[in-house]
Design a protein. Sequence first.
Length: 111
Amino acid sequence: MKRLLVICVVSLAPTCVWSHAHAGKIDDSMPDAQKIRFCERVRDFALQAFYDRDKGRPMKVFVEDGSDGARITNHVIRRIYEEPQISSPKKAEAFGRATCNEMMGTKAAPE
């Protein structure tokens, strides 16, 4: 009986730990769902720009076609290259997310 209890506890422990590690899914019925997903992609571009800057690679920007997407992403990339205060991957991600949310007028993504 004790062995069965131990097996149950051990098998359930990892699922409890893993379930808290991921952000929740964004519901498509939310009015800002597309904006939140876009800002997540901008955050990824910000992180890549940080790594490119650290390795001395040239800045990669998107062709400006009049859309908000290219304009916002290019703004974030240029600022990361210009500002030495963005000195870590976490700062680059936070800057990219915050700038995108500000420029898109969205609320912060639910965690």
